[in-house]
Design a protein around this ligand. Structure first.
Ligand SMILES: Nc1ncnc2c1ncn2[C@@H]1O[C@H](COP(=O)(O)OP(=O)(O)OP(=O)(O)O)[C@@H](O)[C@H]1O
Ligand SMILES: [Mg+2]
Length: 327
């Protein structure tokens, strides 16, 4: 059994309320996602802005109860239950996730208070200083308030807070996106060290494909609320199966990568009214008429490589297809 088991999760938000406040439409931020993460495994989640990555992160960590589907952590149902021990989120919006009246020391030590762990002031300050040093901040930072830090420094305080809980699974939402390259490498190395030392698993959410490839063993690519490709990170980047993944890969400015593929055209459709069939077909360079009518099934194209596309890649005839997003 995996540490995290997400099955067919949907998060639909009410939209366009009428005069009585009843929703006239639903925004499908997450629309049928299944994902599992093993103990100690690092899984990357990539996709364009607005595809539902943060929403999925909030659902996994129990901050939002999904409209449908199940979330199990360590075998327990944790859907809609925030504060599950061992399950922590580092927020994309670090400022919004911190009480402005709290010092960094109070913020970082919050998980201990939440668990009723008491310790003497000296010990607490020593432990907080240790965590701050782990994320590359001076001990003096502990007496400052959130607004006194840069975005990158605040992100690291958020990381220190999550690490204080000694998580078994850390959901990192764009933790390095706001940092400059040298600090980015420092935080990535820290996360890799913690994974090795503590056997911590991670869901590493980022729109930066190159960082995700570097950090993750396995990678899932999300488009308009669904996972459309999954596999070993290196293989997905070297030989993308889905035309959307291919476009993301070809946009990464790195030598030695298969580039020159079709660039991504236009904006993703609105999650308020996703198109019929494959939700990518309007932007897809290889779409056929079937793609505009029939939603592609989620199939294992080769061992460990999953894709939802009618036209993509090799098909292993021995492998059964299942409805998109389920397995
Ligand atoms: N609380 C909410 N109420 C209504 N709509 C929401 C809510 N949270 C997110 N959304 C919508 O859900 C969709 C997915 O948003 P989400 O923040 O999960 O995307 P993302 O992939 O994290 O994007 P980014 O890369 O910009 O962080 C967007 O259309 C967003 O406007
Ligand atoms: Mg986000």
């Amino acid at each position: 059994m995996s540490l995290l088991e997400v099955h067919d999760v949907r998060m639909h938000y009410p939209a366009s309320p009428d005069a009585w406040g009843r929703p006239r439409a639903w925004l499908r931020a997450v629309d049928g996602v299944s994902l599992s993460i093993a103990e100690g495994e690092v899984v990357g989640l990539v996709g364009e802005s607005g595809c539902g990555k943060s929403t999925l992160g909030r659902v996994i960590t129990g901050l939002e109860r999904p409209t449908a589907g199940t979330v199990r952590f360590g075998g327990r149902d944790v859907a809609g239950r925030a504060g599950t021990p061992g399950l922590q989120l580092v927020f994309q919006d670090s400022l919004g996730s911190m009480d402005p009246r709290w010092t960094a020391a109070e913020i970082v030590s919050e998980p201990w208070r939440a668990r009723g762990r008491r310790m003497a002031r000296g010990e607490l300050r020593r432990k907080v200083a240790g965590l701050l040093s782990d994320v590359g901040l001076e001990a003096a930072a502990m007496d400052r308030y959130p607004h006194e830090f840069s975005g990158g420094q605040r992100q690291r305080i958020g990381l220190a807070r999550a690490l204080a809980d000694e998580p078994r699974l850390l959901v990192c939402d764009e933790v390095v996106s706001a940092l400059d390259v040298s600090v980015q490498a420092q935080v990535v190395n820290l996360l890799m060290r913690l994974r090795r030392e503590r056997g911590m698993a991670m869901l590493f959410i980022s729109h930066d494909l190159a960082v995700v490839e570097h950090v993750s063993a396995r990678m899932a690519v999300m488009y308009l609320g669904r996972i459309i490709e999954e596999g070993r990170a290196r293989e997905v980047c070297a030989r993308p199966l889905h035309p959307y993944t291919a476009a993301l890969v070809s946009a990464v400015p790195e030598p030695g990568r298969a580039r020159g593929g079709p660039a991504l055209q236009g904006e993703p459709p609105s999650p308020l009214s996703p198109p019929p069939g494959c939700t990518f077909h309007l932007r897809c360079p290889i779409a056929t008429t079937r793609c505009g009518a029939v939603s592609p099934s989620w199939r294992e194209a080769s061992p460990g490589r999953w894709v939802a596309c009618h036209e993509a890649g090799p098909t292993d005839p021995g492998v059964q297809a299942s409805p998109a997003g389920t397995r």
